[in-house]
Design a protein around this ligand. Structure first.
Ligand SMILES: NC(=O)c1ccc[n+]([C@@H]2O[C@H](COP(=O)([O-])OP(=O)(O)OC[C@H]3O[C@@H](n4cnc5c(N)ncnc54)[C@H](OP(=O)(O)O)[C@@H]3O)[C@@H](O)[C@H]2O)c1
Length: 265
């Protein structure tokens, strides 16, 4: 899409000051924690995911807490790229504008030790990376035409190096991080902010797939770090922050050494 075909979002007025956000992958874990964080900070949110029951329970909780409709739900599978333009249009109309889009949807489907699985690797590429293209390309066009807006992608520390144990996941997150950097390079001169988030281990359903975990943080801590980075218009953050130093070192280890560090695989 070369030119925005969406209704222009409001920039906020004294009568309607609430900021508006879309959260793709909002039904559990970091996404659900972000929904709570954003609404506590005054946002109205559109919550997207496949599990309608979880989305409904989350929206009911938020709307009850705030005593008004602050969360709306949209049942959506990010594999359905065709649905995105119409759904984006519908959400823009429902919310009456858009300030922030967070692409958080992700799956981690590690192969059995020593084996490969084309089906699950392609599924990870489709959800973790291609779904981001389907959502963030039209959002980027919209925000660029407005000269405003914030885009956040939830990548992973796993995308910083090629990990032997789960090539499908690590490469899907590397592709996402690279795509987000490209978006930032394209959009920053237009006044659009793009944030890449690289969590370490976060205590969510996804962590069950990890062979080992340490420095585990609750999703609320990750959501707090992400919100702070949105406010401060950071480019890339690690959550928790200590992963920034660890990954700085790991990124500089030559490949022939890295592949011998079996505990990192
Ligand atoms: N937990 C960690 O340690 C960790 C570490 C690094 C990065 N991350 C990243 O953080 C993000 C959030 O994960 P989480 O840890 O909070 O795990 P989670 O609780 O499993 O959340 C994953 C979210 O993605 C959504 N999703 C998955 N497939 C989808 C699809 N086809 N269509 C629409 N939505 C889909 C899920 O919703 P439905 O299933 O309802 O569709 C859910 O809301 C992911 O991108 C993950 O890769 C997590």
């Amino acid at each position: 899409m070369s030119k925005s075909t969406y209704p222009l979002p409001s920039r906020g007025t004294p009568l309607a000051p609430r900021r508006k956000a879309i959260l793709v992958g909002a039904s559990s874990g970091i996404g659900a924690a972000l929904a709570h964080k954003l609404t506590r900070q005054g946002y109205t949110v559109a919550l997207l995911a496949r599990r309608a029951d979880l989305l409904q329970a989350l929206a009911d909780e938020i709307n009850h807490q705030h005593n008004e409709q602050r969360a709306r739900i949209y049942v959506h599978d990010v594999l359905d790229h065709q649905a995105v333009p119409t759904l984006l249009n519908r959400i823009l109309t429902d919310l009456g504008g858009l300030d922030l889009v967070i692409y958080n949807a992700g799956v981690n489907l590690p192969p059995e030790k020593g084996s490969t699985n084309v089906e699950t690797d392609c599924q990870m590429a489709a959800v973790n990376y291609q779904g981001a293209l389907a959502w963030l390309n039209p959002v980027a066009t919209l925000f660029e035409s407005l000269g405003a807006g914030q885009i956040v992608g939830i990548s992973s520390v796993a995308g910083d190096r090629g990990r032997a144990g789960n090539p499908g996941y690590t490469s899907s997150k590397a592709a996402l991080s690279c795509y987000l950097e490209a978006l930032r390079n394209r959009l920053s001169s237009a006044g659009v902010h793009v944030l890449t988030v690289k969590p370490g281990f976060v205590d969510t359903e996804m962590l069950k797939a990890a062979k080992r975990a340490f420095w585990v943080i609750p999703p609320e801590k990750a959501a707090g770090d992400i919100y702070k980075a949105i406010q401060r218009r950071k480019q890339t953050i690690y959550t928790s922050a200590r992963w920034g130093l660890v990954m700085l070192i790991l990124r500089h280890i030559p490949s022939f050494v890295f592949r011998r560090l079996k505990f990192l695989a």
